[in-house]
Write a protein that binds this ligand. Sequence first.
Ligand SMILES: *Cc1c(COP(=O)(O)O)cnc(C)c1O
Length: 641
Amino acid sequence: MSKKIENIPWSKAEADEVYHISRWGDGYFDINDEGHLCVLPNQDENGPRIDIAEVLEEMKAQNIPFPIVVRFHDILRSQVKVINETFREVIKEANYNGEYKGVYPIKVNQMREVVEEIVDAGSPYDYGLEAGSKPELLSVLAFNDNLNALTILNGYKDEDYLRLALLGIKLGRKAIVVIEKFSELHKLLKLSREMNVEPMIGLRAKMAVKGSGKWSDSGGEKAKFGLTIAEMLTAVQILKDEGSINALKLFHFHIGSQVTDIRTIKEVMREGGRIFAKLVELGAPLEYFDVGGGLGVDYDGSQSTNDSSVNYKLHDYASDIVYILKEICDAEKVPHPNIVSESGRAITARHSCVITNVIDKIETSFTDYETQKVPGEHSLVSNMRELFDSLTIENAQEIYNDALDYKKECLNAFRLGILKLEERASLETLFWKITKKISSLLPEMEFIPDNLYDIDQGIAPQYLCNFSIFQSAPDLWAIGQLLPIVPITKLNIKPHNNGTLVDITCDSDGKITKFIDINETKNLLPLHELTPNEDYYIGLFMTGAYQDVMGDLHNMFGRLNEVHVFCDDEDPTDFYIEEVIKGSSCENVLSAMQYNPEAMAYTMKKNIDRQIASGKINPREGVKLVDFYEECLKSYTYLKN
Ligand SMILES: *Cc1c(COP(=O)(O)O)cnc(C)c1O
């Protein structure tokens, strides 16, 4: 049955044309001479590189089961540097008088190691943190101890939240409470009198401009957060009346994540810049202009306004913000404020990926069954065989329609008991043979008829991957977000098949059938033949923002094992693993769902004991079974490899 696999050599350029690594990789990824995907942590082809396959070998040597999340901390650091340097450069070039004072919104990836790395890499730039909830605020207060960096506090706030913020001020931090809802202002003023501390206040504006892309509902008049112009004017008046106007430091808006179109940035800057300037003219001593998040990531590399792409680069984004704000401030004769952005996605998306091992290749179109004519066979089978024999490039469309009809009739006849099992097997095999032959004819066709367009997906093999989409790529399933997906090895060999990916959940949504391409998407991913005793790994890239921390427990597949990789400063071709974090065990996910694993083990033991007592299981085996059950409770939730 096993056919000899032919390996055709493939160039880096050919591989890039299929997986578009140079387009989405932003200089962080490349293919090395062995055909392995590698990471260039400094976006420099001549700089250090980390061979991802070597990281995986190391994981195997340490007995860390797959799937795993691999974090490249150097990418994280580099992104922090890039955003700060870019804003500084543009500010200098524009003769802008304010500074850039960015903050990282931790909701995008709250992992402690990620936050710590960002704070550390950002310290030369006084890069700060943003929180949007009480637990996030608790974390931000503990981790952002740079007194020159901002701490920006968004989200709905109760009294405890506001007290914590004022505690930050008492510690000398620049903890700015952004008023998102009018009633928060009174609460904040009351508590600051009570705690005897001058607050730092920001106002979030509800903008008329809506974002573009999937998250555009964060902006616009119906937005959940923010003050209307009338509310902002009233707030300024109240602060003046209370003698607290000097506490008003920051103007803020956020129109949603992943803004796909640069025109939206320009528009919102024109609106925001004017509101800001007019508030300053009215006596609000605003020092900071906070543009929120929204800086997008080009997941599919198409540089378009697709939901998974953006039609601009970081430099364009920074330039629009700086130049438009300068122009408005100069025209309105108000000083240039410091500029704050709360970019999360752009900082973290690229630094982590999910790597899964392929367990199996599932053929949907099995054609090895014998289809020779047998005496007395049903006419439906004979008809299908005739279709196969008469198939040509000219009549392919017609033949395919007829074949679909016969296949349907076959099922009816079978249900009525008219068709034998062997006949149904023959007929279906002939159907797949027809489909495969048509698929092989497609490249020669000048025009591909509508009904033949998706024929490839029907016969394509499904690669069964050891992971759960719901845990590791929730946006892909929930909102159709695209992610770049690439095999880690064999990139110097031409892929043998076009396939789709399926995960190990028993949910029919647990599959990936849309892949990045330059124009539109493709419904099949070129992949290599599996060879016995050789691992084949597939990486889902750019999972570091949101995806990382949002995953759910569908089918109780838990958090993944994680490895934190650093580039070795001494040896640019080497790396070291600073940390391996164990993912969830079955016990962990069961407890999260209110089960009591100990009680479960006890119940199982009692059941097994009863069988032993009645002689149905021998005592030795019984002990082993009890141990086995307990061992499974402690083990990883994914398939053992
Ligand atoms: C989510 C959020 C961000 C982060 O947005 P990105 O597009 O990921 O950079 C920033 N600010 C606020 C207020 C947010 O809610």
